[in-house]
Design a protein around this ligand. Structure first.
Ligand code: NAG
Ligand code: NAG
Ligand code: NAG
Length: 175
């Protein structure tokens, strides 16, 4: 469209006025209007970092994901595009599928999300959290999430989930 428009303008000019010769289109002029850089990365692109920086990045991810609950931003900043994950209900491959799956959950403030413990070491971060009012569980749920890094980004995820049993005999069950 942008390549053709000077030619169309030139043709319109040629039919409207016979006095002025049409401006020749310059095929070597490849100037295009400023647009969104569609090849710019949408998700985290790994760069070499120290273990201490990796630990700080993980803490920032936990804050954005579980506390701020901005799933799209957390994934964009900290997770690779070809994220692999093993939760049985989320799509297995690709950050975009997990963002689509998780956004309605984390943006729903009727669902409680509380980080109880977290840690990082050897390129792996983990979070132990309590989730309340999440379908299909009527009782509180404990989740252990495990995130493996590649350089500065999360690349893979596993989680283990347990609902508080209705007949728990331990008053300290799960939490
Ligand atoms: C290319 O076309 C643009 C838009 O018409 C114009 O602003 C620019 O000066 C042209 N550049 C050259 C090198 O012809
Ligand atoms: C677009 O993004 C890619 C990937 O980050 C980058 O290599 C390229 O220089 C960018 N192009 C422009 C015009 O900004
Ligand atoms: C938010 O979560 C609550 C509790 O699980 C659920 O009843 C409600 O339908 C959810 N709201 C939306 C918009 O999904």
């Amino acid at each position: 469209m942008f390549v053709l428009s000077p030619l169309i303008a030139a043709l319109a000019l040629a039919t409207a006025t016979t006095a002025a010769p049409p401006t020749p289109s310059n095929p070597s002029n490849t100037t295009t209007p400023a647009t969104t850089n569609t090849s710019a990365p949408t998700y985290c692109v790994p760069r070499a970092v120290t273990p201490a920086e990796q630990s700080e990045i993980f803490a920032a991810f936990v804050q954005e994901f579980y506390v701020v609950r901005n799933v799209a931003n957390a994934f964009k900043l900290y997770i690779v595009a070809d994220y692999i994950q093993h939760n049985p209900y989320e799509p297995p491959n690709g950050a975009a599928g997990s963002v689509e799956y998780l956004t309605p959950i984390f943006s729903n403030l009727s669902i409680g999300v509380e980080v109880l413990h977290q840690g990082f070491g050897g390129g792996i971060g983990w979070v132990h959290s309590r989730i309340d009012n999440i379908y299909p569980y009527p009782r509180p749920v404990a989740i252990a999430d495990i995130f493996e890094f590649t350089d500065s980004c999360v690349k893979e995820h596993w989680d283990v989930t347990q609902e508080l049993p209705a007949d728990a005999t331990n008053p300290l069950a799960l939490f």
